[in-house]
Design a protein around this ligand. Structure first.
Ligand SMILES: *Cc1c(COP(=O)(O)O)cnc(C)c1O
Length: 349
């Protein structure tokens, strides 16, 4: 494709996006200082902007989404305390069990098959902590958009009863908002509305927003002061981190509304694939992800190889489900090509 020097389209994840020239220039020209001394003006600017976008008092620049979630868990919970997490959540499945390994935090697992747990299940996880048998639930973790249920966006109205119940039961609420701006853009709501419902939010700069590195953990001033100490303990206190934060600033200033284009590309791609008879999951309030089932008995490796031969990289199938993610390095003009290649790969099975 003209202007795009690629031989394959990479739809494994939106994390594969590369920093654009504007970001690279901003990184090269960033004014920096020692951020452990809180003297890096670019990091401070990024943290202030992130906090403002989520309607929070403060934010902390961290190396990754995993680190942001882990620091939130460590700040909200002590050893032997419980955090309510979804059975299919990123925190529970894809973060190396950090909450247990490093925090001694007990996961209290609830069903989140449709993206959010039910209030009944949340209530069931909050058992009477005065009984010596039971772990004390301290935190509810929600994820939006919810990766495993298809990148589904949950509205603030849908989250509200869970957050209210958590608060009533004395739990804090953390939002794994790796892609919360995808949710906000898809549903046309201000991200501050999500921020207002929870005590802390982790947002990823390095996914659909296109920055090369980094996440922000947002919360009130006291929370972020404590989180800063956890970040240092984990070895995440970076010095002239402004060179990284500069790319994050470009991401937050000019890449949020653009996420709608990724959603549109996903919509078009699902339409084309469905038309060709592929078995797509029906995802309400879809964003930038598509999931489809492989024919029964397919060897996932074989399908991944066939796709690669056709010039498309796909997420490695979990069981028989293939994930495709649209992002800013997949031009709109390539969507039809990608669909054709995928259909060819399926037909070759
Ligand atoms: C990617 C992701 C994370 C972790 O972010 P990393 O920067 O890859 O560590 C956390 N939660 C969700 C929902 C994610 O998609």
């Amino acid at each position: 494709m003209e202007g795009w020097d690629v031989s394959v389209w990479d739809l494994r994840s939106d994390t594969v996006t590369k920093p654009c020239d504007e970001m690279r220039r901003a990184m090269a020209e960033a004014v920096v200082g020692d951020d452990v001394y809180e003297e890096d003006p670019t990091v401070r600017e990024l943290e202030a902007l992130g906090a403002r976008l989520l309607g929070k008092e403060a934010a902390l620049f961290v190396a990754s989404g995993t680190m942001g979630n882990l620091i939130a868990l460590l700040t909200h919970c002590g050893r032997g305390q419980g955090a309510v997490v979804g059975a299919r959540s990123h925190i529970y499945n894809y973060e190396g069990g950090g909450m247990a390994a490093l925090g001694g935090v007990m996961p209290l697992v609830v069903d989140d098959g449709t993206g959010l747990p039910s209030t009944e299940d949340l209530l069931g996880a909050c058992r009477d902590a005065s009984n010596v048998h039971f772990v004390e639930a301290r935190l509810l973790c929600l994820e939006n958009t919810h990766n495993a249920s298809g990148g589904r966006a949950a509205s603030p109205e849908a989250m509200e009863p869970l957050c209210a119940l958590a608060r009533e039961k004395g739990l804090s609420v953390h939002l794994d908002g790796a892609r919360v701006f995808n949710a906000a853009v898809a549903l046309g709501v201000d991200a501050c509305r999500y921020g207002a419902l929870v005590d802390s939010v982790q947002i990823c700069l390095s996914k659909g927003l296109g920055a090369p590195v980094g996440s922000l953990l947002c919360g009130d001033g006291t929370f972020v002061r404590e989180a800063r100490k956890w970040r240092k303990r984990l070895g995440g206190g970076m010095r002239q981190a402004g060179v990284l934060a500069a790319a994050g600033l470009v991401a937050l200033r000019s890449r949020i509304d653009r996420l709608a284009e990724d959603h549109e590309k996903a919509r078009r791609l699902s339409l084309l694939l469905r038309r060709e008879g592929l078995d797509l999951l029906d995802i309400p309030d879809a964003t930038n992800m598509i999931y489809f089932r492989l024919p029964r008995g397919t060897e996932p490796h074989r399908f991944v190889d066939l796709c690669r031969n056709e010039g498309v990289l796909v997420g490695f199938p979990a069981r028989d489900l293939v994930r495709l993610v649209t992002h800013l390095d997949l031009p709109e003009e390539a969507v039809d090509d990608v669909a054709r290649s995928l259909v060819k790969a399926v037909r070759a099975l």
